[in-house]
Design a protein around this ligand. Sequence first.
Ligand code: HEC
Ligand code: HEC
Length: 210
Amino acid sequence: MKRPSRYSARLSASATLPIVAIVLALATPPATAQDGARLAAQLCVACHGVHGDSQSPMFPKLNGQTRDYLVAQLKGFGQHQRSESDARSYMWAIASQLDDATIASLADYYAQQAPTAGSAGDAALVAEGQKIFEQGLSEKGVPACASCHGAQGQGNGQFPRLAGQHAEYLMRQIEVFQNGTRANAPVMSAVAHTLGKEDAKAVTAFLQSR
Ligand code: HEC
Ligand code: HEC
């Protein structure tokens, strides 16, 4: 059955509007480092917060994230390689509009923003998570997260900062590594498969508290 045409015209107009806004914001000469700040304020702030300091666990914090990781993620979204459902719904369309110079300017901008200090959580859970983060769980084959993500969870190059990130966001990522929908990260997916739900809760509570 066909929907009334008035309805489909309205539907497609509203679906096109965000893309038009993105194209207008980007319709300037090639992006420079300063453009990162302007584009972030125009295109990203509504979800990722001022300077990337997102206030909602739906949206990851970007402030102080490593440059290489940010570049890799924006390319992964734009090329439809990072494909969990929230990535498809929120990041595919916008990232596919960004050229390499624009991606570099946004990554430079967010990498230079000071990270936010975490907020304290349940002390026992945080202590348990710290142990997993620093030492792993040898009996379950869980490697020490610090060996890749840095002693303070600060990240390094392709290994993202985890410190101060929303625990709920980190839990969702562990789940999408486990269920195979964030499929472009074989190393981290293998690590995620070693983590039980309670271990994941503890380590993400620890990370949010940093
Ligand atoms: C409509 C809301 C929305 C807008 C606008 C948006 N994002 Fe996102 N972004 C998200 C969501 C939601 C996620 C998490 C996706 C997931 O959970 O898989 C995300 C994830 C990301 C990630 C991955 C972070 C990580 O830790 O892996 C990066 C990088 C990113 N966005 C950059 C940007 C940039 C740069 C812009 C502006 C050009 C932008 N986003 C605009 C909603 C948005
Ligand atoms: C052998 C190296 C390695 C170890 C050990 C490791 N990770 Fe990772 N992790 C990675 C890499 C690489 C990525 C980035 C994947 C990508 O490129 O998308 C990542 C990404 C993540 C992400 C997604 C972050 C985001 O912003 O979306 C989470 C969450 C995570 N790791 C948690 C952990 C936890 C918890 C541990 C310890 C139990 C751990 N990692 C141990 C390599 C590692």
